[in-house]
Design a protein around this ligand. Structure first.
Ligand SMILES: Cc1ncc(COP(=O)(O)O)c(C=O)c1O
Length: 646
């Protein structure tokens, strides 16, 4: 394992003092154990310090001399403020020069970790404090306890039935699973019967502590760990905030868990049409004017939910939207499933919480290092009701959560705090490099923000997460399906997703230079094949949202009737027109529901579904019923056609 390195940076414009302090710390290093690899260096000015911190992701703490001044007029307070904004996870200390420093009260507002009085020259004491702080930030209370428990080697007279892998270990039939999964994963698969491991459904011990650390790291008042993905996290928030009949403003393009949350909560959704980039089949954010208008039209709305960033990396300018929502008393949930890493690099911030969101849900597993399904719910709502939340959380959570998932959330938080900046810095660098390499082929092209952005939102201050690269493949001669297949079969590369003329690559903390080189090599070779460009594929345009004729919940919970999509001639079945959909119908890709429960089925929508299935043979259309052999929609017959839409 690479040894741990924790750089401590002293910033002072006094050269003699810097030299003396560095010498003092080197004496201490000879006498003390140093498990976190503390090393000390110094800079003479705020400018140099900022440069060092930007470049060196191993800097864990900065000690700023309060008498610091510079030609640029940056004093200690300004530097500390800049650092607190730049990398909130850094530990900041003030070195006080005067006995009764007038600055302490001011510094207190900056969330300073501590103070050292220069004249005391207590290098050993300062070292111990710095080391303790790093140890504290690096602690993983749940993971540590899990390891401790496994090491105790207790006999299990409780679930799970494999009993630490003992039912598998020497089986001639399934022993290979023991070897494949690994002994520790099986030994750590424990149950709520072990009190030392706390309870996810009523956390008071190590899980509560791990969650509190995550809240501090991500800038939330409270954080909850979820072990069934952001899919569940979204539903929990919906049920917490919405009562049947409450109005909710949502992006039609949001994840299907949000639409499921609408059904479960019984809320009345007001769908906001997302912008669409038709050239690339990419759905963008909802135009800002449409969101603001919806808030004016529905001032009684309880909640606004937005997805930021989207699957393709497009993120809203959230601050003004959230401020406008709060003015009307509307709570804001931001689905940050794809953006859990943002807090740990200034190029990716502000996060939704930093923009004032009341709730943010994040798939910690998507870009950070948690196991699949591990998600976090962050709460900053001043009116948060923890009891109602808990009841709803427990309704969705398994009473047998997977403890390795909880441990992985604890570890992902630690990693983000201790080396997130450094790793993201590398990832962003690799992304920029890969972008250039791909563009240099002249055949494949990484789309810029301007190219990805639908025209409608070009002035909305939308930004792009550079960790998501969307490649235009229209000139390559490959279809998206062919390209995915050739990358997989010939080059051992699996990509994230595609549209009819793009493929999207996701860079994460785990993206290495070797992987970048292999992808680069594959793209160069494929570009050299110089295939003839294919005629552009024109996909049918997604139809506009028709009327909602009843609450999604009311339609969904009916048994309904199955009616075939096509008539006997393969044409759109007229018997469906004007009826009410009971299910959510989602072609994937693009993953946007064309029907939600309660929505009126129109001739356009049926024709769209049929055309789409003809244009893309392998397309999945979620929500179609095939139990009777042909594809049907589950519908509710409209009792009084043309009754007023809601
Ligand atoms: C925008 C969005 N929200 C929520 C989810 C669900 O996240 P999870 O896979 O963690 O359940 C996804 C999954 O892809 C998503 O794209």
């Amino acid at each position: 394992m690479t040894p741990i390195l924790s750089r401590i940076l002293l910033v002072s414009s006094d050269p003699a003092w810097r030299q003396q302090t560095l010498a003092g710390f080197s004496q201490v290093l000879m006498r003390y154990d140093n498990p976190f690899g503390l090393t000390f260096s110094s800079e003479a000015s705020a400018q140099q310090a900022l440069h060092a911190i930007e470049q060196d992701g191993d800097i864990q703490a900065v000690l700023v001399d309060d008498s610091l001044s510079s030609s640029q007029g940056k004093n200690a307070a300004t530097l500390l403020q800049t650092l607190a904004n730049y990398r909130p996870e850094l530990s900041l200390y003030v070195l006080l020069e005067q006995e009764d420093s007038p600055h302490v009260a001011h510094f207190a507002e900056l969330g300073i970790s501590g103070y050292f009085y220069r004249a005391e020259q207590d290098y050993a004491g300062w070292f111990r404090i710095l080391q303790a702080e790093i140890a504290d930030k690096a602690a993983t209370p749940f993971f540590d306890q899990l390891k401790r428990y496994v090491a105790l080697a207790k006999d299990a007279w409780h679930t799970p039935g494999h009993s630490g892998g003992d039912s598998l270990r020497s089986s001639p039939w399934v022993g290979d699973f023991f070897d494949f999964a690994g002994e520790q994963v099986l030994r750590a698969d424990l149950s709520v019967s072990v009190p030392m491991l706390d309870s996810l459904l009523h956390p008071e011990g190590v899980i509560a502590e791990a969650q509190a650390r995550a809240a501090r790291a991500f800038g939330a008042k409270q954080t909850y760990f979820a072990t069934n993905g952001t899919s569940t996290s979204n539903k929990v928030i919906f049920q917490t905030l919405l009562s049947p009949g409450d109005i909710l403003l949502l992006d039609r393009n949001c994840h299907k868990s949000v639409h499921h949350g609408v059904i479960l909560s019984g809320a009345m959704p007001v769908y906001l049409d997302s912008s669409v980039n038709r050239r690339y089949g990419v759905f963008g954010p909802v135009p800002k004017h449409r969101i603001l208008q919806a808030m004016t039209d529905y001032p009684q709305a309880k909640v606004l939910i937005l997805t930021s960033c989207t699957y393709d990396g497009l993120r809203y300018d959230l601050k003004p939207i959230i401020a406008a929502a709060h003015e009307k008393g509307i709570k804001v949930l931001v689905d940050e499933a794809w953006y859990g890493h943002a807090r740990f690099h200034p190029a990716l911030r502000p996060t939704a919480l930093e923009c004032g969101a009341d709730y943010a849900t994040q798939s910690t597993h998507k870009v950070l290092s948690a196991f699949s399904q591990a998600s976090m719910i962050h709460v900053n709502d001043p009116d948060f009701d923890p009891h109602v939340f808990r009841e709803n959380f427990n309704m969705h959570a398994s009473t047998s959560p997977q403890y390795s998932l909880i441990a992985s959330l604890d570890v992902a938080r630690k990693q983000a705090v201790m080396e997130g900046y450094k790793l993201l810095h590398r990832t962003l660098h690799l992304a920029a490099e890969l972008r250039e390499q791909i563009n240099a082929t002249g055949v494949f092209r990484v789309l810029s923000l301007e190219e990805l952005l639908p025209e409608e939102v070009s002035a909305d201050g939308i930004l792009l997460d550079p960790c998501k690269l969307t490649l235009d493949i229209s000139d390559s001669g490959f279809s998206a399906d062919e390209l995915q297949e050739v990358l997989f079969e010939r080059f051992n590369i699996q990509i994230e997703k595609s549209t009819f003329n793009t493929v999207t690559l996701l860079l994460t903390l785990g993206t290495t230079r070797s992987k970048v080189s292999r992808l680069h090599d594959a793209i160069v070779r494929l570009a050299k094949e110089k295939r003839l460009p294919r005629p552009p594929l024109r996909l049918p345009e997604i139809p506009h949202f028709s009327r909602l004729l009843c609450l999604p919940r009311d339609a969904f919970y009916q048994r309904g009737e199955r009616v075939p999509l096509c008539d006997e001639n393969g044409a759109p079945n007229p018997a469906l027109v004007g009826q009410i959909a009971c299910d959510q119908i989602v072609p994937y890709p693009p993953g946007i529901p064309v029907l939600v429960p309660g929505q009126e089925i129109t001739a356009d929508i049926i024709a769209y579904l049929i055309r789409l299935k003809k244009a893309q043979k392998h397309i999945e259309v979620h929500g179609l019923d095939q139990t009777i052999g042909e594809e049907c929609l589950r519908i509710l017959r409209q009792k009084a056609p043309n009754q007023a839409a809601i």
